[in-house]
Design a protein around this ligand. Structure first.
Ligand SMILES: N[C@@H](CCC(=O)N[C@@H](CS)C(=O)NCC(=O)O)C(=O)O
Length: 234
């Protein structure tokens, strides 16, 4: 094992699905990286300087610059695209142009509406309440699951068609992002995907990969300290 620090540093916390997505890409490609914890809700000035949107993750490539804004990329999609260019094998973006475009769209769907709905409507009402010593806001979480999630999950189930994967015939950034984002719900509740069989099969396969399961286990260990049990959303 090398005792030199890896070039890549991911600033953030595995509790963020976007951080887990970037970590998953590195793990799938066997690219060494380290994760440096940052409290994004109360970040130090150096982090504000490298994260103009005040969001995690931010990537640093020390081979470009070891400090300051140089060598940093904020936003998980930009980070993943950079890592793919720098470490092309194994490819996690389809080579075929249309499949490539589809993969980017599914990534965006998961990063935007799916993450906002699951994060703000389910994860935060349960976990943030628990951290503040309040009862988990199960009413909001259950209402989100019952009313806002079904069209999103139906879209993803249909988008899979007869394929195991979202874009092309292999694992891609699309599958990684959907799994990382859906697992935000798994941090606080059971995810009953029985009504979405294609999505359930994709999720089972992808969420079991070490690249997804490893960072999730770290987040899960952290969340379980404040919230020992998972809730039922139905
Ligand atoms: N589009 C960004 C989204 C990143 C994001 O929203 N991260 C959340 C954590 S899950 C964050 O930093 N939130 C801080 C805040 O809301 O102040 C990406 O893909 O990296």
């Amino acid at each position: 094992m090398s005792d030199t620090a890896p070039d890549l540093v991911i600033y953030g916390s595995p509790v963020s699905p976007f951080v887990r997505k970037a970590a998953a890409l590195c793990i799938e490609k066997d690219v060494p990286f380290e994760m440096e914890a940052v409290d994004v809700f109360n970040p130090p000035q150096w982090f504000r300087d490298i994260s103009p949107l005040k969001r995690i993750p931010v990537l640093r490539d020390r081979s470009i610059a070891a400090e300051g804004v140089a060598g940093t990329i904020a936003d998980s999609s930009a980070i993943c695209s950079y890592i793919e260019k720098k470490h092309p094998a194994p490819a996690l973006y389809p080579a075929e142009p249309f499949a490539h475009g589809r993969a980017l769209f599914i990534e965006e769907f998961a990063d935007s509406i799916l993450a906002a709905t699951a994060g703000l409507g389910i994860f935060r009402p349960i976990y943030f309440s628990a951290v503040q010593g309040k009862d988990p806001d199960l009413e909001t979480a259950r209402q989100t699951w019952a009313e806002k999630m079904p069209p999103l999950l139906t879209y993803l189930d249909t988008a899979l068609g007869d394929s195991e994967f979202f874009a092309g015939d292999a694992l891609s950034i699309a599958d990684i992002t959907v799994a990382a984002v859906l697992m935000q719900i798994a941090l606080v509740a059971e995810i009953p995907l029985g009504a979405y069989p294609k999505l359930a099969a994709n999720f089972d396969t992808v969420s079991g990969r070490p690249s997804i399961a490893g960072p999730f286990a770290k987040a899960n260990g952290f969340i379980r300290k404040a919230l020992p049990d998972l809730f039922d959303l139905t």
